[in-house]
Design a protein around this ligand. Structure first.
Ligand code: GLC
Ligand code: GLC
Length: 648
């Protein structure tokens, strides 16, 4: 078989069979040209996944029909944006980019409230806003909205679909890209498909992974990782009313979809394009590592998961090419990077950097971050990291055991230490955090807490100690300085910019009590904002320091599309990297991760030669380079040594 001519023949047949009469002449032409361009890849990918399905042609036809109707629904404003973004595909690499993630209710009550906050967002410099899942979801526990009951319906407590569209447009007019969640590994157990499955409809039972007895579940469980072991052992939940077991990677009420069924792929494409047509700029691919299951494996990061994500991306290129995918793969670093490609996910969370930043704070050592990032930071130049210090989830210690072993560190023991350090079980720790999903069987555990509390501000305030407060502020600024300068979109979690402490109120809410992640999802109230605006307060200092660095980032292209080279500093406590643009603009970043003054060899300054004098963009002062004496960095100090253009 010749795949190219097969795909052409297949598309021709489909186009004869489907109804495109609702499209205008221009749209018709544009759709055909996009299909010409992307259908061959789509055909090839779906053939890889569904080659055993005798009725694949039927499903392909349904799929193209879906693409055509969603294309017809896409409004003129968004089609114009498609054009602009196709002409500027690397918009996400700009030094202007700055992101924030937040829950609508916790930051502003509802969607209209978020719209009223736009002046605050623009004043902070945001160009990217990720609103945590805002779809209709079960009453009570909905895993923070990650159990979706209806993708097409906004949670009524937050507003309406119309409100969301109006907000998307208002954000865009303010230069802020909207990021929405695409929760496609599972639906809530009260989604219409799940309800039909439960009522006995076999067509919909085939939308999920259901089993009559424990035979297969036991076989699968033998090799699966438990994601929420304190919710339930194993990855399956029993449904007594229909006497079946259903696959539930996360909570019992989150049923995994069956992507072995091509009807599910088509149905989810339809939902995905509905979201794209609301006017978002990026879709966050939630829990994407889990979508394909192969018996006898861990059922994460499977080759067919990649084929499916690329197939979703083709559909996006055909209907809504302004939208980019963001990968949420919180897995081993070797696997994280496999999702990052222009034809898969153009953006990706950087969980390794996040974990290693916290590791460096705890150990005051930078060997592991230097070793790991020196060979793991580079990605496809058309793609962009999303660098974060905290998000709405827990911190998992996703570094590679091989990188650790290389330095004589035992990964298992080191993770135990980190968990103890950040959950108050290690003497002399500055951090106040909570453990999450401790697995009694293998000792696995993750950590929750806000930036400020994990960085020591909570303890320092409790002890009423000005020197400890100063150190905590420095730690917060240090971590933020890295995500702002290392290359990628810096993503703040709402509340962290205000240095908000842990919020323990979830412990009195029966729906949240069991999920410690709520400790780092505070409600942004007037008091927190006032505190961060009160000159002299620690929150004010952390906030002002962050704002200064943001303003600086936006002034220099070297913070945007530039290369990153992680450097060996010769000091166990200092971390360094060099950023360089194509036209030779350079930034040498030096950070001290320890709480005392450290020396590092002046050799590192050779990266700035032949310059004799540069500017430190942190203090905005000129620095005369001294090549004959060691450099000194005070506790947690950061230097952003900047050289405008190569001096020859
Ligand atoms: C993602 C979300 C997390 C959620 C899980 C299941 O990892 O970030 O909050 O619990 O997916 O949807
Ligand atoms: C696991 C998953 C990740 C999810 C998290 C939620 O780490 O790999 O996708 O966000 O659990 O706690």
């Amino acid at each position: 078989m010749n795949p190219a001519s097969e795909s052409k023949r297949c598309l021709t047949r489909i186009l004869h069979a489907i109804d495109l009469s609702s499209l205008s002449k221009t749209d018709h032409k544009l759709l055909l040209s996009r299909l010409d361009q992307h259908f061959p890849a789509l055909f090839d990918l779906l053939l890889q996944v569904y080659d055993k399905h005798y009725d694949l042609h039927y499903h392909l036809q349904q799929l193209v029909q879906t693409l055509a109707s969603q294309f017809a629904q896409r409004n003129a404003r968004l089609k114009k944006k498609d054009k602009q973004r196709l002409a500027d595909p690397l918009w996400h690499k700009s030094e202007q980019m700055l992101g924030m993630a937040c829950y609508v209710d916790l930051i502003a009550g509802d969607l209209n409230g978020v719209r009223e906050k736009i002046p605050y967002f623009t004043e902070l410099g945001l160009t990217y806003l990720h609103l945590m899942p805002l779809y209709k979801s079960p009453e009570g526990d909905s895993d923070g909205g990650y159990a979706v009951s209806d993708y097409r319906c906004v949670n009524p407590a937050l507003g309406t679909t119309k409100d969301l569209q109006v907000l998307a447009q208002a954000l865009n007019e303010a230069g802020i890209s909207l990021v929405l969640d695409f929760v496609f590994n599972h639906t809530a157990d009260d989604h219409a498909w799940a309800k039909a499955a439960r009522a006995g409809d076999e067509e919909y039972q085939d939308y999920y992974l259901m089993f009559d007895d424990r035979q297969l579940p036991d076989q699968y469980d033998a090799t699966l990782r438990e994601i929420f072991p304190s919710v339930r052992r194993g990855s399956f939940s029993y449904l007594p009313d229909i006497q079946k077991w259903v696959w539930t990677t996360f909570n019992n009420f989150q049923w995994d979809l069956n992507y072995g069924n091509p009807a599910v792929f088509r149905a989810i494409v339809d939902e995905m394009l509905f979201l794209a047509n609301l006017g978002c700029d990026s879709l966050r691919l939630d829990a994407l590592a889990f979508i394909w299951k192969d018996l006898g494996t861990v059922c994460e990061n499977r080759p067919k998961a990649h084929a499916l994500i690329k197939a979703f991306n083709c559909c996006l290129q055909i209907v809504a090419p302004a939208v980019v995918f963001k990968s949420e793969a919180i897995v081993h670093p070797d696997e994280v990077v496999k999702y990052i490609a222009p034809n898969e996910c153009q953006l990706s969370y950087n969980p390794l950097l996040m974990a290693l930043l916290w590791n460096s704070l705890a150990t005051q050592k930078t060997r592991l971050i230097t070793q790991s990032l020196s060979h793991r930071f580079a990605i496809n130049p058309q793609c962009t990291w999303v660098n974060y210090v905290r998000c709405h989830d827990d911190i998992g210690w996703t570094f590679d055991d091989g990188d650790a072993a290389h330095l004589g560190i035992n990964g298992y023991n080191h993770r135990l230490f980190l968990n103890q350090f950040y959950t108050g079980r290690f003497e002399n720790s500055f951090a106040v955090g909570l453990g999450f999903q401790e697995n009694p069987e293998n000792g696995d555990c993750r950590v929750c807490g806000s930036l400020a509390s994990l960085a020591g501000l909570q303890q320092a305030l409790e002890r009423n100690s000005p020197p400890l407060i100063e150190l905590a502020i420095k730690r917060m600024l240090l971590l933020n300085s890295v995500i702002l300068s290392i290359g990628g979109i810096p993503l703040l979690y709402a509340g962290d910019e205000l240095a908000m402490l842990n919020d323990y109120s979830f412990q009195t809410d029966p729906h949240k009590l069991h999920d410690a992640r709520w400790v780092n999802r505070p409600r942004i109230d007037a008091q927190a904002i006032a505190l961060a605006h009160q000159p002299g307060s620690p929150q004010y200092k952390a906030n002002v320091g962050l704002r200064k660095m943001i303003a600086t980032r936006k002034k220099y292209p070297v913070f945007g599309a530039a290369s990153t080279q992680v450097l060996r500093t010769g000091s166990d406590h200092c971390f360094a990297y060099l950023r360089q643009t194509d036209n030779g603009e350079r930034l040498l970043v030096l950070c001290n991760f320890s709480d005392s003054e450290r020396e590092l060899s002046a050799d590192i300054l050779h990266h700035l030669l032949p310059a004799r004098e540069v500017t430190d963009l942190i203090e905005h002062q000129s620095v005369v380079l001294d090549f004959s004496n060691p450099l000194r960095l005070t506790a947690y100090q950061v230097l952003w040594l900047y050289l405008p253009i190569a001096v020859n």
